[in-house]
Design a protein around this ligand. Sequence first.
Ligand code: ADP
Ligand code: TRP
Length: 321
Amino acid sequence: MRVLSGIQPSGSLHIGNFFGMMRQMIGWQEKSELYCFIVNLHALTSVTDGQLLAINTMEAAMDFLALGLDPDKCYFWVQGDVPEHAELTWILHNHTSMGLLERSHSYKDKLARHFTPNHGLFAYPVLMAADILLYQANLVPVGKDQKQHLEIARDIAGAFNHVYGETFVMPEAAIDKTLATIPGIDGQKMSKSYGNAIDIFLEKDELKRRVMAIVTDAKAVSDVKDPDTCNLFGIYRLFLDAEGQAELRERYLKPGLKYSEVKKELIEVIWSFFAPFREKRLELARKPNEVRQIMSEGAIKARKVATITMDVVREKVGLIY
Ligand code: ADP
Ligand code: TRP
């Protein structure tokens, strides 16, 4: 089975990305044919500082490698290094209705946040559909927020198959239902672009600063508190098993819990959770050329698979003459 997912290098990767996507992906390399890539073309819809995008792309590669993604056990590459992503996107545009894209929640959300819309942002789901269909992926593990993008990809695949006959595999989304959207320190969805994230590999001082800044309600120590509406609980629980979560919940429901104490505990919990990977991360940062080499070999490997699909697509749509 082919499992595929991508992540945008639009900022440093954070614990929402880790629990929402990266951890599952790293798990899949043991049990499936895994395709994991860094979607720098998608990031162009929000990042206009070229140097920054290049840095973030390298950092995302290093984060994945440090956390255990093994390029010998999977396909791991940077989207922009395989030109077929962009080529297939153009072909798929011609099988995508305007209405489908106009209904996209992520596009509407961005509009509501007063981002100036451009065509790249509008067409974002088509590039994502191309990413998936190019590799004939069966399963796409993503966070809940990406569900509609998967539906759009299926729609586009169906439209193309309808015109040209069975060409693309229908991808399925794999969404971890037990995992609600992870809140950021301000209680909105944790996101690279909202300035509310706790990055995976922060320096300890910065980690402290971020955790201490988690917004909590104004209840007094003597009040009982509500774990289900608390950002601090929403983040802390990710690092706990069922038993640990039940214990923390108990503490919330009894008078006496101090948010500042819980925050101090959480700093240590996050620090030690990622400790086993920090050494590897530092080592990779010292050898950027090795990382570039890994990514360029990854692109060659991925491109071989992409070419198999594109040979068929080019023939069907009439680009071979
Ligand atoms: P960001 O919003 O930080 O830019 P992306 O949209 O690039 O993150 O998402 C990358 C992956 O991480 C996706 O699969 C997404 O669903 C997941 N993800 C991102 N933020 C969260 C979050 N707050 N909670 C759960 N999953 C998330
Ligand atoms: N849109 C996805 C996100 O922001 C990233 C992405 C791009 C992706 N192409 C993909 C995810 C293909 C899964 C499959 O999270």
